[in-house]
Structures are given as C-alpha cells and as structure tokens.
Ligand binder design. Structure first.
Ligand SMILES: [Zn+2]
Length: 58
C-alpha cells in the first residue's frame, strides 16, 4: 500500500491508502492539499508502506 509520509516529522498517515503508486497518481494525491496530523506540515512524499504496519492501530 502507498501512503503519505510527512517530510518534516516522518509520520506515516494511514488514513488514506492506495493499492499502487499509479492509483495514488490517478487520485491526484500529490496535488491534494494535506496537513500532517502530528506537526501541521503540508509537505509529504508518497511511500510504500510495509504490510505489517498497515494493521497497527493508529
Ligand atoms: Zn509531520
């Protein structure tokens, strides 16, 4: 799964997940405004999330 990864604090935002990088691109993830829930930064990168992390509670 692909998720947003905060460029400032490193938080992985699992609220939105995408099956593939292509799906994330198709949904214009990079162009969609986002704010980090931890540090309020708006800078993020897309990163591939290991499957085992996906099932951890927030
Ligand atoms: Zn952050």
């Amino acid at each position: 799964m692909w998720v947003r990864h905060c460029s400032r604090c490193g938080r992985i935002d699992v609220r939105n997940r995408y099956e593939t990088f292509e799906q994330a691109e198709a949904e214009s993830v990079v162009e969609t405004p986002w704010t980090c829930p931890t540090c309020d930064s708006t800078e993020f990168t897309l990163t591939e999330q290991p499957e085992d992390i996906a099932h951890l509670p927030e």
